[in-house]
Design a protein around this ligand. Structure first.
Ligand code: SF4
Length: 101
């Protein structure tokens, strides 16, 4: 709000886009992926902004539009696609544990 106010002050009450965006200019992708989706911010927000929904939308944008998911996440998604599970093991080997002594 302070930055918007400064823009309005310098442009005689007219808002001019400064080209900044929420992602990267205010929130880094590292911060975005650090969220554990615990929902505490949603429950604590006094004006019902639902920050977690915004975080999920930005994550979705990074993955779907920028192909910029963290490498661990890409590995997991590749494993789900290939093995039907997040682990790098073939589906045919899943019950191997039952025959191990
Ligand atoms: S859901 Fe909200 S409070 Fe929980 S880790 Fe993510 S940003 Fe933080």
């Amino acid at each position: 709000m302070e930055e918007v106010g400064k823009i309005l002050d310098t442009n005689k009450g007219e808002f001019k886009d400064d080209g900044k965006q929420l992602l990267d200019d205010y929130i880094s992708s590292e911060e975005l992926w650090a969220c554990t989706s615990c929902n505490a911010c949603v429950e604590a927000c006094p004006v019902s902004i639902d920050p977690l929904s915004i975080i999920m939308d930005m994550r979705q944008y990074l993955v779907m539009e920028q192909s910029a998911a963290p490498s661990d996440l890409n590995n997991m998604m590749g494993n789900i696609e290939n093995n039907g599970a997040p682990w790098p093991f073939n589906q045919m080997d899943r019950l191997n544990w039952s025959t191990e002594s």
